[in-house]
Design a binder for this molecule. Structure first.
Ligand code: IPM
Ligand code: MG
Length: 372
């Protein structure tokens, strides 16, 4: 029996190709694992009315970790239009499978390392090495949304909130509400994860990213909780930044930052910026980590236009596989994989189109495998 059971979830679009590439390097490194395919993605929405079928959820309950590619998602009307005829008009609604997965399995840490590998022509600056900790289960992603706003909610808000007065007389359908829900527990555990990481890897500073000057209740709770947690890590510097200013300062003085921690949506935004600073989505890797399960993925989407062309850069996914090896405790293999990837980037002989070259997805994977 293999040492690890890994769920293998290609999804659709270029998700399939980049996972094929990751498999090449994992096989080369002889990870003692059994890979179990899981159905997920747009096809299953169209055919079954569920992009994340129950059998795949069951599979995830019985594995050590998972690799996930990417999934296409479309706005509500377009999604409904592509359903099989017998599924239409049943009130099925599409919700992003990866967001559901994060919540269902309580994968509360979204870890996004953004490192500029030397010689990558896409680096914004050489030497960058930022790590984003994004809260992964709550905030504006809680899924508590109303459009139109039900009468009962409008009445309650009108009596509880003075500012709601400005909206209360709008006709149904003229107003929509998405709740930003942040909890002390959710804030505490993501901030603690960021500081624990900083302590373990000798990082100097953790920046708390928020917008508590305006979003006083929910970001206020996040910030207050974060400051409390920071006290347990006196050897690590802490600073604070509003999300808007953060995006400017990151570009202006990127070397002032080290580890960033943010509520879900700000973390989503700032991690794309950080990924762009080290080469763009072809380099952005991500771990969705809980206490029992972790799911690793490239940050990029399914890029349906590129599907089947084998031109996407697989490095993001290969670095996600490296993160999985770390999480499994296979540190030597993880380090070897990262070094091989760094070597191929530094040499510059094999480059995908985003890096200015014409190598294919699988050629890149093979070049990395050859260094192992
Ligand atoms: C990400 C993506 C997802 C998110 C989408 C695909 C639902 O942007 O992983 O950053 O918003 O979290
Ligand atoms: Mg994102």
């Amino acid at each position: 029996m293999a040492k690890y059971r890994i769920a293998w979830l290609p999804g659709d679009g270029i998700g399939v190709e980049v996972l094929e590439a990751a498999k090449i390097v994992l096989d080369r490194i002889s990870l003692d694992a059994e890979y179990l395919h899981g159905d997920i993605g747009w096809d299953f929405w169209c055919r079954e009315g569920d992009a994340f079928p129950a059998r795949t959820i069951e599979l995830l309950r019985n594995v050590d970790a998972a690799m996930f590619g990417a999934i296409t998602s479309k706005p509500a009307k377009a999604a409904e239009a592509e359903l099989a005829p017998e599924l239409k008009g049943k009130g099925l609604s599409y919700r992003s499978p990866i967001v559901r997965m994060r919540q269902l399995f309580d994968l509360y840490i979204c870890l996004r390392p953004c490192k500029a590998y030397p010689g990558n022509p896409l680096n914004y600056k050489e030497g960058l090495d930022l790590v984003v900790f994004r809260e992964n289960t709550e905030d504006l992603y809680a899924g508590v949304e109303f459009s139109p706003v039900p009468e009962a909610l409008a009445t309650a808000l009108a009596s509880l909130s003075k500012p709601f007065g400005a909206f209360k007389d709008l006709a149904p359908g003229e107003c929509a509400i998405s709740c930003k829900i942040n909890t002390r527990k959710g804030s505490e555990r993501i901030v603690r994860a960021a500081f624990d990481f900083a302590r373990k890897f000798g990082r100097k500073k953790v920046t708390l990213v928020h917008k508590a000057n305006v979003v006083r209740a929910s970001d206020g709770l996040f910030l207050e909780t974060a400051r409390q947690v920071a006290k347990d890590y006196p050897e690590i510097a802490t600073d604070e930044a509003n999300i808007d200013a953060m995006t400017m300062w990151l570009l202006k003085n990127p070397f002032n930052y080290d580890v960033l921690v943010a509520p879900n949506l700000y973390g989503d935004i700032v991690s794309d910026l950080c990924a762009q600073m080290v080469g763009g989505l072809g380099f952005g890797c991500s771990g969705n980590i809980g206490d029992k399960l972790a799911v690793f993925e490239p940050t990029h989407g399914s890029a349906p236009k590129h599907a089947g062309l084998y031109k996407a850069n697989p490095i993001a996914t290969i670095l996600a596989a490296k993160m999985m090896l770390d999480w499994l405790g296979e540190t030597a293999k993880a380090t070897a994989l990262e070094q091989a990837t760094a070597a191929v980037i530094a040499e510059g002989n094999v480059r995908t189109y985003d890096m200015g070259g014409s190598s294919t997805t699988l050629e890149m994977a093979q070049a990395i495998a050859a260094k192992l």
